[in-house]
Design a protein around this ligand. Structure first.
Ligand code: AMP
Ligand code: ZN
Length: 130
């Protein structure tokens, strides 16, 4: 059974920040920063790649609204809004969710590490455009 479906069905406790007919938002149990929140559809879909437009719209709408509120309430300086797709990208729960991770100047919650050798961007541009 999917752990987020169990949370949605109130079989597992969670700290609910927002709930409506289609969307649930809870505090992440292992926060990367103060205010780290998850937003998920109540319908079980695996990830963004697998989601119908209506469900994605509902979740994105709430994610944007909550991100603005969380930024204000936590006095954060920025935020990362992230949705990991598949294990290789760090997805550990196969139920679509967006992380809202408030960021505070100087913190180290998330960082990107560019490749040391830049690939042939012209070749990649062609590949992705065609
Ligand atoms: P991801 O690795 O992108 O799939 O994110 C899954 C997130 O769910 C992680 O940040 C976990 O800390 C969080 N998580 C896992 N179990 C729970 C739970 N029972 N309640 C709240 N957050 C959870
Ligand atoms: Zn699920």
């Amino acid at each position: 059974m999917c752990i987020f479906c169990s949370i949605i069905n109130h079989e597992i406790p969670s700290r609910v920040i927002y709930e409506d007919e289609n969307v649930l938002s809870i505090l992440d149990i292992n926060p990367l920063s103060k205010g780290h929140t998850l937003v998920m559809p109540k319908k079980h879909v695996t990830d963004i790649l697998d989601t119908d437009q209506e469900t994605l719209d509902q979740v994105m709408h709430v994610t944007q609204k909550l991100a603005v509120e969380i930024m204000k309430k936590t006095n954060a300086d920025g935020c990362n809004i992230v949705s990991n797709c598949k294990e290789a990208a760090g997805q550990s729960v196969d139920h679509l969710h967006f992380h809202i991770i408030p960021r505070y100047t100087g913190d180290t919650a998330i960082s990107f590490h560019p490749l040391t050798e830049t690939p042939d961007l012209e070749e990649i541009e062609k590949l992705l455009k065609d």
